[in-house]
Ligand binder design. Sequence first.
Ligand SMILES: Nc1ncnc2c1ncn2[C@@H]1O[C@H](COP(=O)(O)OP(=O)(O)OP(=O)(O)O)[C@@H](O)[C@H]1O
Ligand SMILES: [Mg+2]
Length: 464
Amino acid sequence: MIQKGKILIVDDEQGFCELLENILQKEGFDTVSTTNPIYAQQLLEKEDFDLAFLDLKMPEMDGLELLNYIKTFDENIVVIIITAYGTIEKAVEAMRKGAYDFITKPFQKNDLIRLVNKAWDKRKLLLEMSHLRAEIQGRYSFQNIIGKSKPMQDLFDLISKAATSPCNVLIQGESGTGKELVAKAIHYNSSRKNKNFVCLNAATLQETLLESQLFGHVKGAFTGAYKDQKGLFEVANGGTLFLDEVADMSPQVQAKLLRAIQEQEIIPLGSNSPRKVDVRIIAASNKDLRQAIKEGSFREDLYYRLSVITIYIPPLRERREDIPLLAMHFLHRYAKEANKKIEGFTPKAMELLCNYSWPGNVRELENVIQSAIFLETGPQITTKSLNYDGKLTKVSYSPQTLAPKENNDLLPYAEAKRKFEREYLLKALEKCGGNISLTARKTGIIRPNLYKKLKKLNIHIKRS
Ligand SMILES: Nc1ncnc2c1ncn2[C@@H]1O[C@H](COP(=O)(O)OP(=O)(O)OP(=O)(O)O)[C@@H](O)[C@H]1O
Ligand SMILES: [Mg+2]
């Protein structure tokens, strides 16, 4: 039999202690019993217990008092109250004070066995959660960035190195992998930390506006330029400029950005006089910039200026060991915000989180947990509140990855065909929200053939 946890039994009836010990040991538990609650306190100091059975009525000390002692000593010890008929009210009070459940004397053996195994599951869950919490507070966190996987641990090193260097940094990674978080960590660990960290998203602005945002303008530079306006390069002077979605910059803005980096000066729109700036640039993109260079939409010379240090953040599905830690981190943060006491996830809920493909990466995980906290009414997050819309058990597929690829300019025909088919189907699945019937209809491939192809191309389909 598998060795289960260790149980402390405190009851003033010697015979009852023996009876309990007998049954619990046969269930695989290690037990220690005493009829004296004061001695029980000493035992707690000396030994580690997982569960405790406490009698409520003892001559030397009230069971509630001992419960209190145990809970302040180690709140993760799961306590079961032993009570006689007629004192159930007191048992209920004990549960309000942190006892897990109660059992009435005399009891049915099967009821006891069911209860102790349930309590043991609870204990294991509490231990797992407190283990995760300790990991989050320890070396698996760096400036609010959580991760225990090898790539994340390497990333922490790289961030520290990048922070002490003056070089420009390029961060690549799918949407929601934490690029902005990493950019901030670099800035706030660098010697520039007391100056501004300024963000600009190149995808959201049209060309002239982007130029004027970056380099500023003088009065009359264009219609609507009523006064001189400093650009973000100047706002970030001495600090860091974070250029998000840098692949979306037009050729003209790219040329001006290159010049600004090379000359360390900018010329505001409508002006002729350059101004000196000292800015470190951290650029980010969820598109593969080398691919953009090949396609002619991104300047190679600018790429080399930006990517002196390159950081790649892998998608969450490629570092699944980070999921429990991240899930716990977000649960902790948002349950507190929502003023809800939710201590963890049921094992099934955690399994669901660990198996899903997370196309929206950490941001999606964060959102799922936030809404689960909102929906959950019990003490643990269940699969029901996590997966209320069925999203986590729908077809899962792996979206295209930005991972560095080898040069594959001219592949053998069969390989190129396979690559095309794979990319085509991934895109089709993505467009159809992972719905197989719709994908079959849109692509004109009948369902059985579609399944066969997906399998052959190693596109992972998971059904609940
Ligand atoms: N490793 C991590 N630890 C803790 N939180 C994380 C981690 N990675 C991402 N997050 C959180 O996920 C969310 C998305 O992160 P962020 O905005 O940095 O991603 P991004 O890569 O910039 O996304 P996009 O490409 O869509 O702009 C943020 O709320 C961030 O705090
Ligand atoms: Mg971002």
